[in-house]
Design a protein around this ligand. Structure first.
Ligand SMILES: C[S@@+](CC[C@H](N)C(=O)[O-])C[C@H]1O[C@@H](n2cnc3c(N)ncnc32)[C@H](O)[C@@H]1O
Length: 198
């Protein structure tokens, strides 16, 4: 299967089984450090079946919004089915061209998806566009960059060569996207990039 969108479509039905209770605990712990507040608007890039939706929606309350974006219509549909809450939305779209208003979001998160984005510079620029000044962008994988490259190599198919950009490249893209206070952690079990929109 060569087309990467078809590749992800084919996993949508069983994708939820990938997560353990421990993964969810680690994610909840990490997301607590983002200091989300009541009413915040969050965009989840490459949201899959919505693994983050429940963690996020509880922290932003009924007046906040979680908007997931995924180019696999089956993934986005499953996210909505899994989390049919008034403050959760899922859009079938490419993260390179977000059908979302400028300056609208308080936080953007890309969990377990950034290495799959084939033109990361476009994605970072789009995220920069939809975030409000001072808002944060988090890229997270529960593997270090080397572990992730090996994981994708084993998975094979269209994702076999999907890797995270080197630190210097990531920094350059964040600066071009209008971000400041760039931080990157890359260790076994965790990759976390953070930037704040100027
Ligand atoms: C490894 S999955 C992770 C999904 C979800 N974040 C999770 O952790 O369960 C990567 C997701 O990114 C989506 N994706 C990859 N490239 C994309 C793009 N250019 N635009 C939108 N979604 C994309 C795929 O369809 C897939 O659902």
């Amino acid at each position: 299967m060569e087309n990467r969108k078809d590749y992800f479509e084919s996993f949508a039905d069983d994708w939820d089984k990938n997560f353990t209770a421990e993964d969810l605990e680690i994610l909840a712990f990490l997301i607590d450090t983002f200091h989300l507040k009541e009413g915040d608007r969050v965009v989840d890039l490459g949201c899959g079946t919505g693994v983050l939706f429940d963690i996020l929606r509880r922290r932003i309350g009924a007046s906040g919004k979680v908007v997931g974006v995924d180019f696999s219509a089956r993934m986005a549909h499953k996210a909505l089915k899994n989390f049919p809450f008034d403050n959760c939305f899922a859009i079938d779209a490419d993260v390179e061209q977000l059908p979302l208003p400028g300056g609208y979001f308080d936080l953007a998160i890309s969990f377990a998806s950034f290495a799959h984005f084939t033109r990361p510079e476009l994605v970072i620029a789009e995220v920069g566009r939809v975030l409000s000044p001072g808002a944060s962008f988090h890229i997270i994988h529960l593997l270090g960059s080397k572990e992730l490259a090996e994981h994708h190599h084993h998975a094979g198919g269209p994702v076999a060569r999907d890797v995270l950009p080197p630190k210097e490249k990531m920094l350059e893209m964040f600066l071009l996207g209008g971000f400041r206070d760039f931080r990157l952690i890359d260790q076994p079990g965790l990759y976390h990039v953070l930037g704040l929109k100027k």
